[in-house]
Design a protein around this ligand. Structure first.
Ligand SMILES: CC(C)(COP(=O)(O)OP(=O)(O)OC[C@H]1O[C@@H](n2cnc3c(N)ncnc32)[C@H](O)[C@@H]1OP(=O)(O)O)[C@@H](O)C(=O)NCCC(=O)NCCS
Length: 333
């Protein structure tokens, strides 16, 4: 575990210097209580008895069975020696052997004005034959710039405009009367979010999967705040957002999913749930920074984030490598 974390920490310092390194509790907790509907396999590469690279392949078990996610990291001091290529070849063999058709991976490159990095991942990915399927921009909110009084006033005004909806917020496990609605929203997320050319199908999330995800979150020591909007007339949960952090550091947060169902758009519910959720985090927790990722083409969500004070930092390229028809399935129609 020490060796694993050392590689990841050195790589994070080189590739995303303004972000915290991987958290030990998160890695250990994830081994004990894995994400539901996913089966992860891990490898390390050694050189003279020293761990110099790590690789995770995450296979899907319920939906998206054709896709496998690759997380490949080589220690910066051992790059350009063919280690990345050797591990990638292994990943392709394993993915094909498991009957998968696509290898999905991600890499980071610098943007003007952001932290310097050499963008090795994106240059490497091109050599593997992968296609750039989408780019997301990471934005960072410097919490010291947030005007807390202004935030409260903005939430109050937006709440007045969103008559007919009630906000509910919490930290940790979702209340029982929201969990079915949350599972339904999570199942719709991938069909509503812009995915570029990425071949992800909607997830199939039921209450059991949602609860299992909460247990994995807790085992990792992560802390998560969520806010939803409930449509008063029907009782349906129609908007949802989530901000979470690793066990350590305790003051760096990640703004994840935000979704408003199409039939309930136009009431500024997206901005409202995000601001209310942020206020709930800032009221209860230490916070220095919040990071978030948006597809370049997601103009509406980017406008919301810019309005909240998020500013662009770097670009995250999503790669997709077509592995061809799996041998075992060829000719089956
Ligand atoms: C991407 C990464 C895994 C590559 O590991 P590596 O061991 O250096 O890879 P290799 O030595 O096998 O490089 C293979 C080819 O990729 C290209 N490449 C890799 N890094 C490059 C760089 N910094 N600049 C230009 N080309 C680069 C080159 O064509 C290289 O061949 P060459 O050295 O003969 O010119 C490593 O840089 C890394 O861990 N980056 C951070 C995590 C990440 O982005 N992972 C990629 C997910 S796809």
């Amino acid at each position: 575990m020490d060796s694993w974390l050392a590689v990841r920490e050195a790589a994070a310092a080189a590739d995303t210097p303004d972000m915290p390194p991987e958290c030990r509790e998160d890695v250990v907790g994830g081994l004990r209580v894995p994400w539901p509907a996913e089966r992860a396999r891990r490898w390390v590469a050694e050189s003279d008895g020293r761990v110099v690279a790590t690789m995770i392949l995450s296979f899907q078990e319920v939906d998206n069975l054709d896709n496998v996610e690759l997380d490949l990291v080589v220690h910066p001091g051992f790059r350009r020696r063919g280690i990345g290529t050797a591990l990638h070849d292994l990943a392709v063999r394993e993915a094909r052997a498991a009957g998968c058709r696509r290898l999905m991976s991600e890499s980071v490159r610098a943007l003007p004005g952001g932290p310097a990095s050499d963008g090795a991942g994106s240059l490497f990915a091109r050599t593997t034959g992968a296609t750039l399927a989408q780019t997301e921009v990471r934005r960072r909110l410097d919490v010291s710039t947030v005007d807390r009084t202004g935030l409260a006033a903005r939430i109050a005004a937006l709440t007045t405009d969103a008559a007919g909806y009630t906000l509910l917020g919490w930290c940790g496990a979702a209340p029982d009367d929201t969990v079915e609605g949350l599972a339904a929203l999570q199942s719709r997320f991938l069909s509503e979010a812009p995915l570029g050319d990425l071949a992800w199908e909607p997830q199939q999330v039921d209450v059991a999967r949602r609860r299992a995800g909460e247990r994995s979150f807790a085992a990792r020591g992560r802390v998560r705040y969520e806010t939803v909007a409930r449509h008063d007339a029907t009782g349906e949960i129609v908007a949802w957002t989530d901000v979470n952090r690793y066990h350590r550091p305790a003051d760096v947060w990640f703004q994840d999913i935000t979704l408003v169902l199409p039939e309930h758009r136009g009431h500024r519910l997206g901005l409202l749930v995000k601001l209310a959720n942020l206020a709930q985090v800032l009221d209860g927790e230490p916070a220095v920074a919040v990071h978030t990722w948006n597809a370049e083409e997601n103009a509406h969500m980017i406008a919301i984030n810019e309005e909240m004070g998020f500013r662009a930092v770097d670009a995250w390229d999503a790669w997709q490598l077509d592995l061809g028809e799996p041998a075992g399935r060829a000719g089956t129609g």
